[in-house]
Write a new protein. Structure first.
Length: 223
């Protein structure tokens, strides 16, 4: 046994581009974006701040800055990609650059130490990543040196490109093992060239979640 707990704690989708924070208002969401199921506004930024706007509902938090939009889903469902797409529909001429899905999870492993996991073996990780058709793979492990013969892995960073040219970045905090924290970022670029790739955020959301879980299960096993 290795991974015993996989618990998603936070989810958001983000788009990079050139935006006008001032238009983020409840009436814009309902009238222009045709979003009507968000409930009551819990918190809203002051209109006097020109570079940042945010609106908090019970389950969905919106943030718009000059260079990005973030939709955070506190219900941990699949709402965020759909809502982001609805927000961008009336902004068809707004320049976009990249879009990503961010998943944050707490993990617990048992009956195996981090040092014994496949996670720290490049050969094993290469075999695991073949399942995801990964290319351009980079791995970094930061160790804390305890003595001349002992070290402790503290952070693992993995980067690779998927078959659909999405870029994946995985960061795992290892220092509190067996309790680990992981961030999985799946990102598509080139939206300034092909805006239609934005649909992948919604179409691939479930697969991205499944890939994150599968990668953690496979890599946190004894090597």
């Amino acid at each position: 046994m290795a991974l015993t707990t996989f618990s998603i704690k936070d989810v958001n989708v983000t788009v990079l581009g050139n935006f006008n924070p001032a238009i983020l208002r409840p009436d814009f969401l309902t009238q222009e974006c045709k979003i009507s199921d968000l409930g009551q506004v819990i918190e809203q930024s002051l209109p006097e701040i020109p570079t940042l706007s945010h609106i908090k509902y019970k389950d969905i938090w919106w943030t718009v800055e000059l260079n990005r939009i973030i939709v955070r889903d506190l219900s941990l469902s699949d709402k965020a990609p759909h809502l982001l797409s609805k927000y961008l529909e009336p902004l068809s001429h707004t320049p976009l650059l990249a879009a990503g899905i961010n998943l944050f999870a707490d993990l617990v492993i048992s009956d195996v130490t981090v040092a014994a996991c496949k996670l720290l073996n490049p050969t094993s990780m290469f075999e695991i990543l073949r399942k995801f058709e990964a290319s351009q793979i980079y791995m970094t492990v930061r160790y804390r040196v305890v003595s001349e013969v002992s070290s402790i892995p503290e952070r693992f960073i993995l980067e690779y490109v998927t078959y659909d040219q999405a870029r994946v970045l995985v960061q795992i905090e290892l220092e509190a093992a067996p309790f680990l924290r992981a961030h999985y970022n799946w990102e598509i670029r080139g939206l300034d060239i092909d805006r239609n790739r934005l649909r992948l955020i919604q179409n691939e959301y479930s697969r991205v979640y499944d890939d994150f879980r599968s990668l953690m299960q496979s890599s946190l096993k004894s090597d």
